[in-house]
Design a protein around this ligand. Sequence first.
Ligand code: FNR
Length: 355
Amino acid sequence: MKPMNNRKNEHVSLAEKFAKENRKSDFDSFRFVHHSFPEMKVSDATLSTSFATLDMAFPFYINAITGGSPWTKKVNEKLALIARETGIAMATGSISAALKDPTVKDSFTIVREINPTGKVFANLGTGQTLENAKKAVELIQADALQIHVNSPQEIVMPEGDRDFSNWLTELEKIVHHVSVPVIVKEVGFGMSRETIQQLTSIGVQTIDISGQGGTNFAQIENYRRDSDKYDYLEGWGQSTIISLVEAQPYVNQVEILASGGIRNPLDIIKSLSLGARAVGLSGLFLHMALRDGVETTILEIEAWKKQLASIMTLLGKKSIKDLTQTDVILLGDVKDWCDARHIDASIFANRSSIR
Ligand code: FNR
């Protein structure tokens, strides 16, 4: 079905191979307290949000996935059509492939060609130079630049980086000298409050904590190894819910975005209620686009928009910001994590002003 001759193709194929539906996740250790009087109409719910100086009509987007080969150009074409028709933002995968090999530029520029007025984010890994960051933005006239941090992926990747000594220094230069807002993101390993503190200290304003629970790059890269396997690293990292809990001291200071293992509109609402400005999906949207096709995915996303408004109504909250006033119970491993890290989980359980 898919050519397996290139790392970018392999990432897409293996993400698909390992995609599991209805997987258990830390989102299941998060429960909203149900209150019986919403005191609003579904039509009162507003889905708009903003981050990286951009106004967004919807609080979810297609997160970084791919580009870098003829086959992934076709995948990006589908994703760009979905983004255009639904009006949601979209990130490309890492543009470093096109900086190394100009013959694959079109696998990224297709995203802008198809969606000339949509919100599009470029993507690069940390450790890239400022000059390359500027080139990546220019290539697709990006509205923002995502810079990903992915040390576990690099370690397990057979041909991955082994030198992480300059990441913060290089990142700081990029954050202050590219012409568009920078979003620093993980790739499914989550973030700690210490990481977020380090990012804020170098001036990063928008952070996608991209947690564990969905696409697993330790598993994908481990599968690509012939020997010296790292099976035991497949559980490395913090889940999306735990990362959001870790981010709490910073949610009013910088813009926190969430991604990693989002399965449905309820997971989006849960993430927003822990202070995320918006939520990114990679694995699931990739899966829908490849399995169900563009038309069906568009219909599904339109249904999700309605369902988000319905869930907000159940919670009696008219705006994304108001969702941070919901009452939330954290259970099981998430609660244990909170206890170990001296995070008071009872604060989340008693946030609403209902008397
Ligand atoms: C990714 N992801 C990713 N992230 C990034 O910043 N640059 C990249 O080039 C890629 N490449 C990539 C390829 C494929 C096939 C997938 C599925 C994902 C990571 C992605 O943006 C996200 O952080 C994680 O996948 C977690 O979200 P999901 O997939 O669980 O929704």
